[in-house]
Write a protein that binds this ligand. Structure first.
Ligand code: FRU
Length: 478
């Protein structure tokens, strides 16, 4: 490693990783940082037979710090191997952090685009919104995900519109009819969020083609945008393609937002052409649980499936202290979820490869209890008009009363400060819950609604009650 800053960061990272002891809440099959802090999934892609995922990584501080890209690979989206760090903040244009971005695969080359974050040395006149900050768009190529070419700045703040603040970031690239498109999230000077859309013919020169926002202001900043299209097979739905713009808005207040997380992630269905005339349908939440933010999607080779991975974490939540901080690490990814469209909405479902790891099947009608459920996969089907209730790890309750689906911590230790999340739901047909040592992901009605949370039980047990429903439970051996 020729760059002395990168080689020293590399040596420090390796030293800390060699001393890591993740402790009792270590996850079995979720991507975690070996030590320190993890946030957004970055650069998700498939290259050859291998899936690559990168993550916002601060190995030096479990409560966040300077960001680099950690790297994991997988043959099957379920078993992941840690591969070290891929990109360090080692250049003047990314020195305050290798921020979030994507990996666009073209002819066997991974084109990585990310935001080079620069915060200039403190000056009392800087507010770090309109001054003191740089958001550089960086392009770097790799043929294997391990050896990277030179970092090139393809855009800086002077390339973004004059009425946006210095908060512009998180490029995501796709190809359409031979041209390349990029979305970036932005905060406008009037404190509203929007998505900037750029076009390129060579991945090096980019030009602004559109700016997309909602009819009325919806938060002050939109982070981590993503755009994709899904076939919508519903014959009653008159649009054959569902066009989806995913964003993570910050600054939503009032009404239902006040009982939800501090920041949100969700999607707008787009009517029209995202690069030209279009409008956004109402925002739908990706996940209504406590821990979900900044998801990214990618297409598997040949465009067969679209997979979404979220950050199972939430920044800036005052009522919560993650107990794993004591063990020197914090946060993880969600399990990869396949996304599909139905009735003009997006559904999320755990990738089917997870089912290969099911062991020890138990099933019952109406009621089931079990212990030794450190890792589990639970499926409850045929719920009909009856109620549904489940208690997990002695302190996390899921319930549906015909009107509202709730996730409630009944034991403060298990919830580490969290209390409840809920959404209105008129009909409940099925619930799937995937549990790892310190996380629970709930998929309601074939994944139309999901709730994800970290949890910290003393003992692992499960009890489910739903009169007349078929309840199936497996262990997961990954
Ligand atoms: C979202 C985010 C991104 C940014 C990254 C920095 O969680 O704030 O907008 O690129 O995290 O770690």
């Amino acid at each position: 490693m020729a760059n002395p800053l990168a080689s020293d960061l590399d040596a420090m990272r390796r030293l800390l990783e060699s001393q890591a002891h993740p402790g009792r809440y270590a996850q079995r099959f979720h991507v975690v940082p070996p030590v320190g802090w993890l946030n957004d999934p970055n650069g998700l892609c498939q290259l050859g037979d291998t899936f690559h995922a990168f993550f916002q990584y601060s190995p030096f501080n479990a409560e966040g710090g300077v960001k680099m890209w950690g790297h994991v690979t997988s043959p099957d989206l379920v078993t992941w191997s840690y591969e070290g760090a891929a990109l360090y903040p080692d250049q003047p244009f990314d020195v305050s952090g290798v921020y979030s971005g994507c990996a666009f695969v073209k002819d066997g080359t991974m084109h990585v685009f990310y935001t080079g974050n620069v915060k200039r040395e403190d000056d009392e006149n800087y507010d770090y919104v309109n001054s003191g900050r740089e958001a550089n768009t960086i392009h770097v190529e790799t043929k294997d995900g391990f050896n990277f070419g030179p970092k090139r700045v393809v855009m800086d703040n002077s390339d973004y519109p004059a009425d946006v603040t210095e908060h512009v970031r998180d490029p995501k690239v796709w190809e359409f009819e031979g041209r390349y498109y990029m979305v970036q999230g932005a905060r406008k000077q009037d404190d509203s969020g929007e998505v900037l859309i750029f076009v390129s013919d060579d991945l090096a020169h980019w030009e602004l083609v559109n700016r997309v926002t909602s009819c009325t202001s919806f938060g002050y900043m939109w982070e981590c945008p993503d755009y994709f299209e899904l076939p919508d097979p519903d014959p009653l739905h008159d649009h054959k393609l569902l066009r989806v713009l995913s964003v993570s808005p910050q600054g939503l207040h009032g009404g239902d937002w006040d009982r939800r997380n501090v920041y949100q992630s969700g999607y707008f269905v787009v009517r029209g052409d995202i690069t030209g005339t279009c409008w956004l349908k109402p925002f739908a939440l990706w996940d209504a649980g406590f821990d979900f933010y900044a998801p990214q999607t990618f297409e598997t080779a040949g465009g067969k499936r679209r997979i979404l991975i979220g950050w199972m974490g939430m920044p800036d939540e005052p009522a919560y202290t993650n107990p794993t901080i004591e063990d020197g690490w914090q946060h993880c990814f969600t399990i990869p979820r396949e996304v599909t469209a139905l009735h003009g909405r997006v559904r999320q479902w755990p990738v089917h490869e997870l089912e290969w790891h099911r062991t020890d099947e138990r099933s019952a009608t109406g009621e089931l209890t079990a212990s030794d459920t450190q890792t589990f996969d639970l499926l409850v089907e045929g719920i009909g008009d009856e109620t549904f209730e489940a208690t997990i790890g002695g302190g996390l309750r899921l319930s549906w009363d015909g009107d509202v689906f709730r996730m409630v911590f009944t034991d403060d230790k298990v919830g580490a400060g969290r209390v409840q999340r809920y959404e209105h739901l008129d009909d409940l047909t099925n619930v799937r819950v995937v549990g790892d040592t310190s996380s629970v992901e709930v998929f309601v009605n074939d994944g139309e609604l999901t709730f994800s949370t970290r949890y910290y039980p003393d003992t692992y047990s499960l009890s489910v009650s739903s009169p007349g429903a078929l309840i199936q439970l497996w262990g997961l051996d990954v």
